[in-house]
Ligand binder design. Sequence first.
Ligand code: CA2
Length: 155
Amino acid sequence: MMKTVFVINGPNLNLLGKREPEVYGNMTLFGIEKALHQRAEALRIGIDFRQSNHEGELVDWLQEAGEKADGVILNAAAYTHTSVALHDAVRAVSVPVVEVHLSNVHARETFRRRSFIAPVAAGIISGFGAQSYLLALDALHAGQYSEQGANEAKA
Ligand code: CA2
């Protein structure tokens, strides 16, 4: 049963709603947090919502999630496309990690098509704005994530 979900956000997502609304929408990160809390309450899930601009801190939080959470929603932002450290951290976590993006990363620059997280994620949700996070929460709650990312690719 999904009791606690860590929601981990990477670099620059603290700027949401303040810049580039045409790409990322008008909602602030705090707005996303509030919407998630509301949905989580209905599902009786506890949410621990965090954001950092620092790769090492994101690694620390993924390790912490491995001990304290039943699932993780991860928007690693630009580190998605660059970070072997985050790939290794997700690989080491035994609970399902859902990779989320506000934008459709496949409809943008080519460099955004590569994800270091995807091969070790339980699943990916990209392109639905703030709704991507809510869909990820529903997927974790339903347990409808791929066992491949959750287990096999990590073996
Ligand atoms: O679409 C997403 O959620 C992304 O993870 C957002 C990242 C980007 O590097 C990924 O390719 C896709 C960027 C987050 C930065 O967000 C900003 C928000 C407002 C103004 C500037 C940046």
